[in-house]
Design a protein around this ligand. Structure first.
Ligand code: SIN
Ligand code: FE
Length: 330
């Protein structure tokens, strides 16, 4: 199955397909030429670091038909499944499951465990240079139709943004995500736009980079209070604070959302795509039933760390955006 790309080119810009298809890797077989696997994996990492999206037709790892059917039925038979269902591989824990029947909950848990393991093994081969260094984050099942969802502005998925996690600061490490569209009939439609560095040139100052860089590496009074009360508090570096602000700033900026160059990506049924969502701007316009696995990849594992959002922002700010945070206890 395909990924259809529709590029709306603004008069002053050149359209470039952001999706790079990888056609020499398949489920069960791996790389078609094993002698090239190390070069191919290196190339794949470089493509991601350039801000591209790697695309795979058909699901490039084991995902039994019966498991996908079960996930599709979940939504149809249980209208209370409103939220994404998340799976935490490190704890082997499932969250957000609204299923009443215990055996269904057990099955769902087993399916997500298997999916997470398979997606991880797949990426460990395709992105081998990262695999020894990354930290496995959450996986999710997304059973909601995205078109027409009623969500508060900052949570809306249909507005272009780059990802930042409020509860899991990365301190410049990268957010890598692998998605698969398991809808048998409908594509999942994304929009993307100019790359992170271009958005940063246009908007980082207005979004408050300089002030955050000046003040941002210290502890906030709120977090200090939370810690004093024995509560968990995210230890955010200036980088994390800026990326959270930038996420909100882009969603709040109606002029940008309305007038920016848009590239529409239609991810067909069974298509799998992988990108750094902290630097690839994205919005999901429509689609229902996707699964996703997230990894946090250390900036030091990048082949070209200078292309990472942290380094791009540090060049603009003229100072480190993580200096003190790493020294503070979590
Ligand atoms: C997002 O990270 O914005 C969601 C993307 C998706 O669910 O397709
Ligand atoms: Fe996102």
């Amino acid at each position: 199955m395909e990924c259809e790309v529709l590029i709306e080119t603004a008069p002053d810009s050149v359209g470039v397909d952001p999706v790079v298809k990888v056609t020499d890797f398949a489920a069960g077989r791996g790389w078609s030429d094993p002698t090239q696997s190390s070069d191919r994996a290196h190339w794949c990492c470089e493509q991601l670091e350039e801000g591209r999206i790697l695309g795979f037709e058909d699901i490039p790892f084991d995902f039994p038909e019966a498991d996908r059917q079960f996930l599709l039925q979940q939504r149809q038979s249980d209208t209370r499944v409103h939220k994404n269902i998340s799976y935490r591989p490190k704890q082997d824990a499932l969250h957000g499951n609204a299923s009443e029947r215990k055996e269904d909950a057990g099955r769902l848990h087993g399916i997500m465990r298997h999916y997470s393991r398979e997606a991880t093994e797949f990426l460990a081969r395709v992105l081998a240079p990262y695999a020894a260094h990354w930290s496995l984050d959450y996986a999710s099942f997304r059973p909601q139709e995205e078109r027409g969802r009623k969500l508060p502005l900052h949570k809306r998925n249909d507005l272009l943004h780059v990802d930042a996690f409020p509860s899991r600061p990365t301190r410049g490490n990268r957010i890598l995500r692998c998605f698969t569209n398991i809808n048998p009939n409908q594509p999942r439609i994304w929009l993307t736009t100019d790359q992170f560095a271009e958005l940063a040139v246009r908007f980082a100052r207005e979004a408050g980079l300089e002030e955050i860089a000046r003040n941002g590496n210290g502890r906030s009074w709120l977090n200090a209070l939370k810690r004093a009360m024995g509560l968990k508090a995210a230890n955010r570096s200036a980088y994390d604070k800026f990326m959270l602000r930038f996420h909100d700033y882009l969603k709040e900026n109606g002029r940008f959302q309305g007038s920016c160059r848009k590239i529409q990506l239609a991810f067909a049924p069974q298509f799998t795509w992988v990108c750094f969502t902290d630097s690839v701007p994205h919005a999901v316009i429509s689609g229902q039933f996707a699964v996703e696995q997230t990894f946090i990849v250390p900036i030091n594992a990048m082949i070209h760390p200078e292309k990472s959002p942290l380094r791009v922002l540090e060049r603009f700010a003229g100072r480190s955006l993580t200096a003190d945070a790493a020294l503070q206890p979590g």
